[in-house]
Structure formats: structure tokens, C-alpha cells
Design a protein. Structure first.
Lengths: 317, 380
């Protein structure tokens, strides 16, 4: 490909190195969207409602990391050093899981038999509560997130750069995705989730404890959001209480794009959104990045209203 | 608690509440201020209002204005968000009866409040909004800082003459009038003096965008010798970090939007060797500056950034104008403000020109090991 570029003339032209680099950038951005989208999609699969507070659980995850790191990391020295960030990640996922379960118990469960719209509005209320409660507790100014691991480019990738954090984020995302698929497909609770998703009444008649399964679903989704929050804050180390808003909306779109309720769909939707955004952002149309990315999504949904993986008869989680 | 103590406590509470609700002595001169005390540009608001506070205290301790009347500042936080400044200024003028307003640092937010002040004929002095259109909103709108055609030119000149760069990339914040203005004036000077803008990309600031790798990858492919990033510190720190991790080694250049202790807190060593233009340097040997730094440190236990002395200068110039006007009438204060000449401020000698802008010099600082070191001073 031509290495010379002329501004405004061929705004979409790029070299192959640049193309691959943008692909890497897009994949690593998409991995975050995928992690958050999984939570949206699981809750939708089980309860048929959108948990708008999900993006804010993601924000709480980032703040957990912010407050836990200085307290936990000094205890891990020598050969144990790599365990420090992992313990922060695990503890954050645990806290977020508990938060998710609590939100469901307090705010959503009492409304379960009410119209879906009531729960939806409540979810928006919970979201605003977490955002502005967060401003009150953490302060509204952006905070710089501690460096949990050295951020440097990997060796031997030639002209391309992949940083250690990007790689770590990708590995964690993939492992969580595999673990999630395993839980849903291979465990009894996973089977109960699928049963509930298929037909809640029938599942209850077969002895599935709906409350437990719903709590489990919320816990699992929120743990993923917490992990997403930590990884996001590692990559973009400026965190504030409103940071969950935009990634939350984008992940929601990613979930719809992939076919809401479908786990691989959410992952693919996130990746597609990340890659599209990155390519538009790198082009001369960078000003219209979100507009173009979302216009593309609308077009995809016009042709496939159920999303990429959505079918009339799909196995929902 | 027996009924009597309860009665006393309750009446005491009401009395305190009453005091809080009407604390202003009728003699006090009320000056309204709106600033970003929280949100993505929080250090701007906090530091400039610290400067205002310091000035107010000095003036009041020295006997106040207009023969012994004290200044009372009423502060509104606009949370670094659009929409908030207009509500804040309406409240300050209508409810608090402010005789003058100290404006914002961020141009977009000063631009929002300016028409309201203009219509109410209440003079507004912005400490640090550098976009030219701010004072074009009307003849009641002033500023005590230089404007972007000058600041953009300073950085373009610096890139050409001091850094000897000919090919520069621009990465601007489309959400900010300040950033767009600075980019435009930089480009105009740079290209008309033999330089070339090899690529121009944009992002959305105010905490919206956090991933700049897409734009930076495109910028890297264009092989510039420097990158001009006329945004605010939160994004500049992240941009520097991501640029370095993508293997971009050329220096980043910025404007006074970078001038915040948070810049290096976020960007860290990625910013080493980068330059930005601003209003003032704590390393300036001028006794006026050193005196200010000492007083500021004594009160706030931190080094001032460029926004603090601007707040200080805005308040002292406003106070002087009120005294010269001999009245708290908005029109008279405005007339006095238009006549400010060679006022010895902390940020340099300030003369208000016919467009209600201040003409004065800029400084260029270089970031090194989390500190901003003085490199050059550029006269107007």
C-alpha cells in the first residue's frame, strides 16, 4: 500500500502496518465493551429487562481498585508480586458481585411481578443513585488510577505495538468469557439459568429456585463489570464517578448488536463496535467518530433486527 | 432532652439557619463567582478561586473598598459541565444581587455565561478564558489573560524557532471552543511561516473519550516531528501515556489548558520533554511573583499553578475598578475596567485593550520529572 498520504484527499487510505495497529487498538477497546456487554445480555436473557445500572457497577469496580490497591499491593513482595494485581482483581469482582446481588434484592426483586417498564425506570434510578452518590463519596474530580503492573510495549512485534496492559486485558477477557461459557453450559446453576430463560414458570415448577438463579446471574454479571472496571482503569488511568455512563451505553449497544440475550453475541458485538470506532477515529472523520460508529450499527440492525447472532429460536441465557 | 433544652436547641438552630440565609451585611459588596470546583477541569476552578479568595482576604484586611465596605464572594460550582454556568450566573445576578462576576477558566463555559451578564449589565471578568469570542459577547465582558491568537502563535513560533520542527500533527478537542481556537491559530501561523500540518485529528474532551490510540496511530503513521495537543490536562495526560506506549517519541505541545498539578499525576513520565505555554511560572524571579507564591503556599499549602494568579489578578483588578468607579453600579465599574492601564499584576503588566482583552507576555514551560520548568518568555 502507498505510504504517502494526502490530507482530505484520501482520508481512508492507510498503510498495512497502520491497518494492523488499528485492528489491535480496536480489539483491545472492544474487549472492554464485550466484558460489560456480557452483564447486560445475561440479565436480559434471564429477566427480559435492561439493567441500566450495569455501567455504574463498572465504575464502582474501578474505584474498588483505586482504594484497594494501595492497601493490598504492599503485602505482596518478591515472587508474590504478580499476585497483588490478581488479588485486587478478585476482591473487586467479589465486591461488585455482592453489590449486584444487593441491587437486585433491594431495588428489582420487589418489582418483579410489576410491568417491565417499572423495573426499567427503577434501573435508571439506581444508575443515577450510584453516579451521584459516587460523586458525593469519591468526589467529582477525576482521580489517577494506580499502576498495578508495568505498562510497556511487548518485544518482538516489529512496527506494531501491543502493550503489556492491552495483552493482560485481552487475556483476562478471554478467560472470563471461557469461564462464563463453562458455567452456563456445564454447571447445574447454568442449566437452571438456561431453563429460567426458556420458560420461567416451567422452570419454577421443575423445582428451580428462581430467586437464587436471579441473584447468581446478577452476581456473575456484576463481577464481570467489576473486572472490566479494573482493566479499563488500568488502560485509561483517569477515573471519575461518571466514567461508567458512556462505556455502559456503548456496551448496551454492543449487546443489542450481537443479539441481546446471547453470550457469544455480546462478545462479538463488543469487538465489532470497538473495531469500527477505532477505524473511524483514526480516519479524517475522527470528529464524527461516535456518530458514524452508531450509524453503522443502526444500518446493521436494519438488516438484522435481532442482531448478528439473534435468531427467531435461540438459546437464551 | 427535656422540653426546655429542646426549645433552646431548636431556636438556636433556627437562629443559625437565619444567619446562614442572610449573612450578607447590607454594606458588603457582593461579587459572584462561578468555577469548576468539581468535574473534569476541577483543578482550574479550585486554583483560580483560591487566587480570588487570597485577593479578597487581602483587600478586606486592608480595609475593604469604597471606604470600608467588605467584599463578599458568592461561589457557584458549575461541575465542569455545560448548562451549569448559565444557571449559576442567573442565580448570582437575580438572587444574590452580585455587582460583578468573576468568570470561568474554560472558554466554553465563560461563553455560556457572558450573554447573561451582558444583558443584565453586570461586568464579568474572566481570569483565564483565552478564546477570542468570549469578550466579543459584549462590552461588559473582560478578561485578564492573553487570547488564543497570541497563545497559538507563541507555540507555533516556539515549534519553528526553538524546536526547529517543520512537520507537526494536531490533535484537538472538538468539544472545546478553547481547543479549536488554539488549533486554528497555531495552524495559521505555522503554515504561513514554512511549517506543515501533516495530520489533523480530533477527540471529544470533558471526560468523554479516554481511548486516543486510534487517532494516535494515524498520527504516528504521518511521522510528525511534534504533536500539538491544545486540550485540557485530563486528556493531555492520557494522550501522552498512550502516545508513548504506541512508540511515538516526539514531544507533545500544549497550551495553558495543561497547567495543572493533575497533568503529571495522570501522564507521569510520558510527559517528560513536552512543552506548554501558560501565564506564569513559579520559577519567575520577579519579586511580585515570589511574594504571591509565598502567600499562596502559606494559605493553601501547595504551589500555585497558572490559574491561581489569574484568579488573583482578576479579583484585584475588579476591586480597583470598583474603587475607581466609586460605586457598585455595573456600568460605572465597566467604564473603570476599560481604563485599566499597566496594572502590575502577578501574571505581568496588564493593559485592557479596546476589545477588553489583556495584552501581556506568555511563558513556555517544559515538563521534566513531574515539574514544569521555565524555558522562555514571549512578549506580546
Amino acid at each position: 500500500m502507498d505510504d504517502k498520504r494526502i490530507l482530505g484527499y484520501a482520508p481512508l487510505r492507510m498503510t498495512s502496518t497502520e491497518f494492523l495497529q488499528q485492528l489491535i487498538n480496536g480489539l483491545s477497546l472492544g474487549a472492554f465493551y464485550a466484558l460489560i456487554a456480557l452483564g447486560y445480555t445475561m440479565v436480559y436473557g434471564v429477566l427480559r429487562f435492561i439493567n441500566f445500572a450495569h455501567g455504574d457497577v463498572f465504575m464502582i469496580g474501578a474505584f474498588c481498585g483505586y482504594y484497594l490497591s494501595p492497601r493490598l499491593l504492599p503485602h505482596f513482595t518478591g515472587w508474590m508480586t504478580p499476585l497483588g494485581p490478581i488479588s485486587v482483581l478478585v476482591l473487586t469482582m467479589l465486591i461488585c458481585a455482592l453489590l449486584g446481588i444487593a441491587i437486585e434484592k433491594i431495588a428489582y426483586r420487589p418489582l418483579r411481578s410489576r410491568p417491565k417498564l417499572t423495573v426499567l425506570i427503577t434501573a435508571i434510578g439506581v444508575s443515577l443513585f450510584l453516579e451521584y452518590g459516587g460523586q458525593f463519596v469519591f468526589g467529582a474530580d477525576p482521580k489517577s488510577f494506580p499502576e498495578l503492573m508495568p505498562d510497556r510495549p511487548l518485544e518482538g512485534t516489529g512496527a506494531l505495538t501491543i502493550t503489556t496492559i492491552q495483552l493482560a486485558a485481552f487475556i483476562v477477557t478471554i478467560s472470563l468469557l471461557v469461564a462464563l461459557t463453562f458455567i452456563v453450559k456445564r454447571t447445574r446453576l447454568g442449566m437452571a439459568m438456561r431453563a429460567l430463560s426458556n420458560n420461567a414458570t416451567a422452570a419454577a415448577l421443575m423445582g428451580v429456585n428462581i430467586d437464587t438463579v436471579v441473584s447468581f446471574t446478577f452476581g456473575l454479571g456484576s463481577a464481570l463489570a467489576g473486572a472490566g472496571g479494573i482493566l479499563f482503569a488500568l488502560s485509561y488511568p483517569s477515573i471519575d464517578p461518571l466514567m461508567g455512563l458512556l462505556p455502559g451505553i456503548k456496551a448496551f449497544v454492543a449487546a443489542v448488536l450481537g443479539g441481546i440475550g446471547n453470550i457469544p453475541g455480546a462478545a462479538v458485538g463488543g469487538i465489532v463496535l470497538g473495531v469500527v470506532e477505532t477505524f473511524v477515529g483514526g480516519s479524517a472523520f475522527s470528529t464524527y467518530r461516535d456518530a458514524i460508529a452508531f450509524a453503522l450499527l443502526i444500518i446493521i440492525l436494519l438488516f438484522r433486527p435481532t442482531g448478528i447472532f439473534g435468531r427467531a429460536q435461540i438459546e437464551k441465557v | 432532652m427535656n422540653p426546655l433544652t429542646r426549645y433552646i436547641v431548636v431556636s438556636f438552630l433556627f437562629a443559625t439557619a437565619g444567619l446562614l440565609a442572610f449573612p450578607a451585611n447590607a454594606q458588603d459588596i457582593v461579587v459572584g463567582e462561578f468555577a469548576s470546583l468539581t468535574g473534569s477541569e476541577a483543578t482550574f476552578g479550585v486554583n483560580s478561586s483560591n487566587g480570588v479568595e487570597l485577593a479578597k482576604e487581602e483587600i478586606n484586611n486592608a480595609g475593604g473598598l469604597l471606604g470600608g465596605r467588605k467584599i463578599k464572594i458568592i461561589m457557584e460550582d458549575d461541575q465542569s459541565k455545560p448548562g451549569q454556568p448559565s444557571a449559576a450566573v442567573k442565580k448570582l445576578i437575580a438572587n444574590d444581587k452580585a455587582v460583578a462576576i468573576v468568570g470561568e477558566i474554560a472558554s466554553s463555559r465563560s461563553l455560556e455565561a457572558a450573554p447573561i451578564c451582558q444583558e443584565a449589565k453586570i461586568p464579568m471578568v474572566s481570569p483565564g478564558s483565552t478564546n477570542p469570542s468570549v469578550t466579543e459577547k459584549g462590552d461588559y465582558i473582560f478578561r485578564v489573560c492573553f487570547i488564543d491568537p497570541f497563545q497559538g502563535t507563541v507555540m507555533a513560533k516556539f515549534a519553528l524557532d526553538n524546536l526547529h520542527t517543520k512537520k507537526v500533527a494536531i490533535l484537538q478537542d472538538v468539544k472545546s471552543d478553547y481547543s479549536k481556537g488554539l488549533a486554528q491559530f497555531f495552524k495559521e501561523y505555522f503554515t504561513s511561516h514554512g511549517g506543515q500540518i501533516v495530520i489533523d485529528r480530533s477527540y471529544t474532551g470533558g471526560g468523554t473519550d479516554k481511548d486516543f490510540r486510534a487517532q494516535l496511530t494515524a498520527i504516528k503513521a504521518a511521522q510528525p516531528e511534534a504533536i500539538f495537543v491544545p486540550g485540557y490536562y485530563t486528556e493531555a495526560g492520557l494522550i501522552a501515556k498512550q502516545a508513548r506506549s504506541l512508540g511515538i517519541k516526539v514531544p507533545l505541545l500544549g497550551g495553558d489548558g495543561w497547567d495543572s498539578p493533575k497533568l503529571t499525576e495522570i501522564g507521569g513520565s510520558a510527559l517528560d520533554g513536552c512543552y506548554f505555554s501558560t501565564h506564569f511560572s513559579v520559577q519567575d524571579k520577579n519579586p511580585k511573583v515570589q511574594d504571591f507564591v509565598k502567600k499562596y503556599q502559606g494559605k493553601f499549602h501547595a504551589l500555585p499553578d497558572g490559574m491561581a494568579p489569574l484568579g488573583y489578578d482578576a479579583m484585584t483588578i475588579l476591586a480597583q475598578a470598583i474603587n475607581t468607579a466609586g460605586s457598585t453600579d455595573g456600568t460605572k465599574i465597566r467604564d473603570a475596567l476599560t481604563n485599566v492601564k499597566d496594572y502590575p499584576g502577578v501574571t505581568g503588566n496588564i493593559t485592557i485593550d479596546e476589545k477588553r482583552n489583556a495584552t501581556k507576555s506568555a511563558v513556555v514551560l517544559q515538563v521534566k520529572a513531574n515539574r514544569a520548568n521555565f524555558v522562555a518568555s514571549v512578549p506580546p
